[in-house]
Design a protein around this ligand. Structure first.
Ligand SMILES: C[S@@+](CC[C@H](N)C(=O)[O-])C[C@H]1O[C@@H](n2cnc3c(N)ncnc32)[C@H](O)[C@@H]1O
Length: 208
């Protein structure tokens, strides 16, 4: 928890703000402690923050907080923007489809879904580190545990503290990513950043 509260926000709010209408209603899936939520609220967006962790959600301020697994979310509302950040789309295939279908269920017909995906090569040439204000994030290793599934080991290093995290990630080629979107009733509208990590998708006619 303390780790999440320490991680500074980067350019995510800028990318999001430039990609969506001003003052849009945003459904943020997997909000954590509000690292991205809070800057979005300050910029005039109305945010509904969803997370399965009550400890995370109780730190969210200025947004409606909904505790739920994303896959099971059934809100009686459609949003201008659904946000699936933090590379959650790289969950194993069955979970990934549950996440994308939740995006599709909650986006307005004229709305959009913003997804943060890994650029290819992110898990090559390891270890690799990048500085963040007050510390650094080191991607230590990424090992294939079964076909299509990698175990990724990351360290967060600050002068007074250090955390490690290991999580499973399923790399997706752009083609596989777009196919997964199509299966959920979504289609790429635009890649928003040069590295193609941020994507704006739109709902297609048929709901899955
Ligand atoms: C790595 S944290 C990132 C939090 C936030 N998006 C950020 O950028 O700071 C991922 C968050 O997503 C939540 N999460 C992951 N999978 C989830 C799921 N299937 N349903 C609900 N919450 C989920 C976790 O509880 C955690 O708070």
């Amino acid at each position: 928890m303390e780790l999440y509260e320490r991680l500074p926000v980067g350019d995510e709010p800028d990318i999001i703000e430039q990609a969506v209408p001003a003052r849009a209603r945003i459904l943020e899936l997997g909000s954590g402690v509000g690292r991205v939520t809070h800057p979005l609220v300050r910029r005039g967006f109305t945010v509904t923050a969803v997370d399965e962790s009550p400890e995370m959600l109780e730190r969210v301020r200025g947004a409606r907080a909904v505790r739920s697994p994303i896959e099971e979310l059934e809100l009686d509302e459609r949003f201008d923007v659904v946000l699936l950040g933090s590379f959650l789309v790289h969950a194993p295939p069955q979970v990934r489809q549950g996440l994308l279908r939740a995006c599709r269920r909650h986006v307005a017909d004229d709305g959009c879904v913003l997804i943060q995906r890994e650029d290819e090569g992110r898990q090559e040439n390891l270890p690799r580190e990048r500085e963040i204000p007050g510390g650094l994030i080191r991607m230590v290793s990424s090992d294939l545990v079964r076909p299509g599934v990698r175990s990724v080991h990351v360290e967060y290093v600050f002068p007074d503290a250090r955390w490690t995290q290991t999580f499973l990630a399923c790399p997706l080629t752009p083609e596989a990513f777009e196919l997964a979107l199509a299966e959920a009733g979504l289609a790429v509208d635009a890649y928003l950043t040069d590295d193609r990590t941020w994507v704006r998708a739109r709902p297609v006619d048929s709901r899955p």
